[in-house]
Design a protein around this ligand. Structure first.
Ligand SMILES: [Zn+2]
Ligand SMILES: [Zn+2]
Length: 730
């Protein structure tokens, strides 16, 4: 980006570009990767034709619409209207919106859409009829798929499935917006949504999910983004709502194979930069673009994305207004409504309502807390609790929270300073996020408030606050180590007050209580039960979601970011607010949702089964590896070694039978002896029939035989490993 192109040099996005230039005089760079139309912060000059033509369809010239005639049936939801009446509410820190979109003509006249409907495949027609539109997930979520391109850099291996049905992608319907969730539906985690129109694709978020208990040894779970890579030349950008792992964690995997700009808030982009550096050695060839609330980013010919300020448990969180030729889509990202947030002001409800007034085609709203009635408490209440705790505590105060929660971090610093305490940080991710947030000026503190964790003993206990990771009792986290006396710098002592300032993520309760027990055992006072005081959620409750529905009043609605019951409840909520049954779509990951101005349907699906990442760096894993791991964990292993002479029939020594994780000491000797005896009988029989032992072993006969006798004796089914060595010299 050329500095001269910036209207307002105060715009941080001006400094943030790692990217190739894209100024208007940048004419001869047809080799540029397809880029989003206009980088943020750039004035509203037209992009040079050459640059645009790279992004455009072959054979389609600039300015030549690829959409249906637009003179009739336009709706008042085009980007033009939504752009009008937009005032610079950001005031001083946001002198003007980064770019003003040229008005576009909405596409697809009713006549056109009628034609499209006639081409609708029968099952899609059916699915569009009954609402809320959902169909059973015919694709087994446990069976990742084929065809996944090999990672370029083996930082991890990928689990594939062999038996998933081939994807069903019908030819793209002209003039239809496609929305394909690749993750985040029917689950909390690995959020990613693909939007496709004409020749352009944009992605919203790219997160990881954490492995479940039935995935031993798996480090992370990501989306199957095969479809993205198959169409990578058409991808104009990744748009990030905020910097939580379930929204950015899979970027290091995707961005090895995809070079396109990434847009996000300042903290988000800092965290992404850090992540790419750590996992793939940097962001080479990838433009990391910081945006501010109100910025609009052009992406290809058909998309423009506006970032709308929302409240969430991390700074710089945005909802997105995605303007398309058939209408505007509002994607809430993760949000809550906080009228007294720590930083950045309340959510920009006005903007939601402006879009609503102009007509919103599709709302995609998060569903995390749909089950909780009412409205969530303001983050600022937590600060008061911290102050009370620090005032009362006679010893050190140790607070565990999510490292990404910069606002919580700030509240802890504020409270500590008020009560004359120093703050030390523990845990790698805590230090990383603090560094990023502090470098952006997001932490307001006196320079000497922060002390090194190794120096805490130089201060009296009542002068110390320790801010740590481990609120979910992650096994390697700092708090867990402290609880089990294995942390190098902090030993829990009598008089410590430990505050767990985070809700247990469902499934984590057991390990969390184990840690709490240990903390009590070591003499700490643990504050965890009255969580409302020391933690508030970053996700909207029912009442807040209702307000968003009322403001946005979308034509179509897709609940996102939730397990199935949450999506279902969210659809019920929308219905109770007057959203028509057949305008609500509960989708599965991979579903291809297509809509025009008037119609919507599910037209097929792409592969979207989870992809398992194993950090051990093995080659390609498949489901067998997982099955074997589970088997080993359940019933252990029995190994049998047999040495035969060159005839392949005669034993050179007694078979060696060994077991691990299978037999209790009391039974071990007897079972092994019996197994050996039975095996000798079996081998003798094979000899009589003149079968070589390696053939018998290979055919699986020997394994089946052993399985049967071991099950008879123990009622367990260990994994069985057989090796037959033929000693040719013997
Ligand atoms: Zn989040
Ligand atoms: Zn999330």
């Amino acid at each position: 980006m050329t500095p001269g192109n910036h209207k307002h040099s105060g715009n941080p996005s001006a400094k943030s570009s790692d990217s190739a230039p894209s100024s208007p005089d940048y004419k001869n760079t047809v080799k540029l990767p397809p880029k989003a139309g206009k980088p943020v912060g750039q004035p509203n000059a037209k992009r040079p034709e050459q640059a645009v033509s790279v992004a455009a369809d072959k054979g389609r010239r600039i300015g030549q619409p690829n959409r249906g005639p637009s003179e009739k049936g336009q709706r008042a939801q085009g980007p033009k209207q939504s752009n009008d009446g937009k005032k610079s509410r950001q005031g001083a820190e946001q002198p003007s919106r980064a770019s003003v979109m040229p008005s576009r003509t909405p596409a697809a006249s009713p006549a056109n859409t009628a034609n499209m409907n006639r081409r609708r495949p029968p099952e899609a027609a059916a699915s569009a009829g009954a609402g809320p539109n959902r169909r059973p997930d015919s694709r087994n979520a446990d069976t990742p798929k084929k065809n996944r391109p090999k990672p370029v850099q083996p930082i991890a291996s990928v689990t594939k499935s062999k038996d998933r049905p081939k994807e069903k992608i019908r030819e793209r319907s002209k003039g239809m917006l496609r929305v394909i969730p690749l993750g985040g539906l029917g689950e909390i985690g690995k959020n990613m949504t693909l939007f496709e129109f004409g020749n352009d694709i944009i992605l919203v978020d790219c997160g990881v999910a954490f492995p479940e208990e039935n995935m031993p040894g798996i480090d992370a779970v990501i989306q199957d983004y095969t479809y993205v890579l198959q169409n990578k030349d058409r991808v104009r950008g990744v748009f990030l709502t905020h910097g939580h792992e379930d929204h950015i964690g899979a970027l290091p995997y995707l961005m090895r194979d995809l070079k396109c700009p990434i847009y996000g808030g300042r903290l988000t982009i800092e965290l992404v930069r850090e992540k790419l550096m750590e996992k793939i050695g940097g962001a080479r060839g990838i433009a990391l673009q910081q945006v501010n609330a109100g910025d609009v980013v052009r992406a290809g010919n058909d998309f423009a994305v506006e970032f709308i300020h929302v409240n969430h448990s991390i700074a710089d969180a945005f909802a997105l207004a995605i303007r398309t030729p058939v209408g505007n889509v509002i994607h809430t990202g993760d949000f809550k409504i906080d009228y007294t947030p720590i930083d950045g002001g309340p959510i920009d409800l006005q903007r939601f309502s402006q879009y609503g007034a102009n007509g919103v085609l599709l709302l995609m709203a998060e569903s995390t807390n749909i089950e909780i009635p009412g409205t969530s408490i303001s983050e600022s209440q937590v600060g008061e609790s911290f102050q009370r705790i620090m005032q009362k505590a006679k010893g050190r105060v140790i607070i565990a929270t999510f490292s990404s929660h910069v606002h919580r971090m700030q509240q802890i610093f504020t409270a500590a300073e008020k009560f004359n305490r120093k703050v030390a940080l523990v845990g790698r991710s805590m230090l990383t996020v603090f560094a990023a947030a502090n470098s952006l000026g997001y932490i307001d503190m006196k320079p000497d408030t922060l002390i090194d964790i190794m120096d805490i003993d130089h201060y009296p206990p009542e002068r110390v606050v320790i801010l740590t990771t481990g609120s979910q009792a992650e096994p390697m986290s700092a708090l867990t180590r402290m609880a089990f006396s294995s942390h190098k710098a902090v030993e829990i002592q009598q008089g410590d007050t430990v505050v767990l300032s985070a809700h247990p993520i469902p499934g984590n309760e057991k390990p969390i209580y184990r840690v709490i027990n240990e903390l009590f055992r070591r003499g700490a006072k643990v504050i965890y039960e009255d969580l409302a005081d020391v933690h508030v959620s970053g996700h909207a409750y029912r009442g807040e979601l209702m307000l968003i529905h009322e403001l946005v009043k979308p034509k179509f609605f897709i609940p996102v970011h939730g397990e199935y019951r949450m999506l279902f409840k969210h659809s019920e909520l929308a219905k109770s607010l007057g959203q028509k049954d057949d305008s609500i779509f509960i989708l599965n990951n991979g579903d291809i949702f297509e809509c025009s101005q008037d119609t919507a349907r599910v037209s097929g699906y792409v592969n979207a089964a989870p992809v398992l990442i194993d950090g051990s760096g093995f080659g390609d894993l498949d489901n067998r590896v997982l099955r074997d791991r589970k088997l080993l964990a359940d019933d252990g292993i029995v190994s049998v070694s047999i040495a035969v002479d060159r005839t392949g029939v005669r034993l050179l020594a007694d078979p060696i039978v060994q077991a691990m994780g299978f037999l209790y000491e009391s039974e071990s000797e007897a079972v092994i002896r019996d197994t050996k005896d039975k095996l000798l009988q079996f081998i003798a029989k094979c000899g009589q029939q003149n079968k070589t032992l390696s053939a018998v072993a290979e055919s699986g006969q020997m394994r089946d035989y052993l399985k049967t006798i071991l099950f008879e004796k123990t009622k367990r089914r260990p994994m069985i490993l057989i090796s037959v060595s033929r000693i040719t010299g013997a």
